[in-house]
Design a protein. Structure first.
Length: 72
């Protein structure tokens, strides 16, 4: 989870997009990550590992490329 946030921030910065993490926009250990004008996804517990399918869906919701996260 926390590695995903780091990579998303780095990808947004390289594409000159605004990246905003709001931990209060979610229940329990969830939060919301906003990237650019339309990209938005919910991030689960930051200490847990994210499964590959969930990771790909989150990247797609943020409108970023899988190559930014080391995926093919």
């Amino acid at each position: 989870g926390s590695e995903f946030l780091r990579k998303a921030r780095r990808a947004a910065k390289s594409k000159k997009l605004i990246c905003n993490w709001v931990p209060s926009h979610g229940k329990g250990s969830h939060g919301t990550l906003y990237v650019g004008a339309n990209g938005k996804t919910t991030v689960q517990n930051l200490t847990r590992e994210i499964s590959t399918g969930t990771l790909r869906a989150m990247i797609e919701q943020l409108e970023l490329g899988a190559e930014d996260f080391g995926l093919r």
